[in-house]
Write a protein that binds this ligand. Structure first.
Ligand code: FAD
Length: 258
């Protein structure tokens, strides 16, 4: 079984995240950069299966700027067996469509039985990339799984929605995405960190993948405006002077909250 986990480097959600208002891109230098936590959980799904199924290969794949190497190596330190990074200056500003095309091409080259991604990244928050990749590859997709079971030639899981849960399954090869309901990843210990330095790490360009893209010349999503979120107001403080309940009710009605 060959499992490829899609991983993305994101600005640390514990720090400040800055949007470059000129380009509309994340200002990567402004924040600490980390492996997205949802992707660590996706790695854990693959490793838990590999723990009890000898011969399972776990590969991590990322389309990311050159300087993301250390973050991708963290996935190796957690336990993935090898890594593939797609990087190319022509990909700066790549939108979801371009990213899906490039990652699908990389997956065709790597080969896979199962692809696991996060349901939503903490920076771009597109929430559709695994589905777009499955569509391009012509394989089934099970998205937003809160529980995953990988079997012989099959993957199954549970999708939770506001209205209930759905048990779903698909034959392999397939693409799935997982939610934060899945367990945290195991810890990258010193032994793992040392071992990661010697694990295979392949870097691919668009030429290596045989993909021709010029993001700057043919943007598929046209960014029309970028702005900062307005600062949060101080809010309304209601001090109860005997009429607190009535004032609270009036506030809720006035703001269409009741
Ligand atoms: C040179 C370069 C510069 C980039 N600069 C930026 C940037 O400034 N801001 C930005 O948000 N993105 C950047 N990217 C990455 C890429 O453009 C986005 O990953 C892409 O648009 C996906 O958007 P999303 O995070 O909203 O996807 P979502 O659909 O929310 O992601 C869901 C899941 O898909 C997988 N996934 C998403 N992106 C990737 C990826 N790149 N590689 C592997 N798996 C992935 C993960 O498993 C993730 O949990 C850059 C890429 C390159 C090569």
């Amino acid at each position: 079984m060959k499992i490829v986990v899609l991983v993305k480097e994101v600005p640390d959600t514990y720090g400040d995240r800055v949007l470059d208002l000129e380009t509309g891109l994340a200002d990567r230098a402004a924040s600490d950069r980390v492996l997205d936590e949802i992707n660590e959980r996706a790695i854990e799904v693959a490793l838990s299966y590999a723990d009890v199924h000898e011969g399972t290969e776990v590969v991590v794949l990322s389309m990311a700027p050159e300087e993301s190497v250390a973050t991708i190596r963290k996935a190796l330190a957690i336990g993935a067996g090898s890594a593939v990074q797609v990087t190319d200056s022509a990909l700066i500003g790549a939108d979801l469509t371009v990213t899906a095309e490039v990652l699908a091409a990389a997956l065709e080259r790597i080969g896979f039985d199962l692809v696991i991604g996060g349901n939503l990244s903490t920076d771009g928050s597109g929430g559709v990339l695994p589905a777009m990749i499955a569509e391009r590859l012509g394989v089934p997709q099970l998205t937003s799984l809160a529980h995953v079971e990988i079997g012989d030639g099959v993957v199954a899981g549970t999708r939770a929605s506001d209205g209930g849960t759905a048990d779903v399954r698909a034959d392999l090869p397939a693409v799935i995405s997982v939610t934060e309901a899945l367990p945290d990843a195991r810890f990258a210990n010193l032994k793992g960190i040392m071992a990661a330095k010697k694990k295979p790490f392949e870097t691919l360009s668009l030429t290596d993948l045989g993909v021709t893209i010029d993001v700057a010349a043919s943007p598929q999503i046209i960014l029309t405006e970028v702005g900062k979120k307005p600062p949060r107001g101080a809010g309304v403080k209601i001090v109860d002077e005997g009429d607190g309940g009535a004032r609270l009710a009036a506030f809720l009605l006035e703001n269409k909250l009741a």
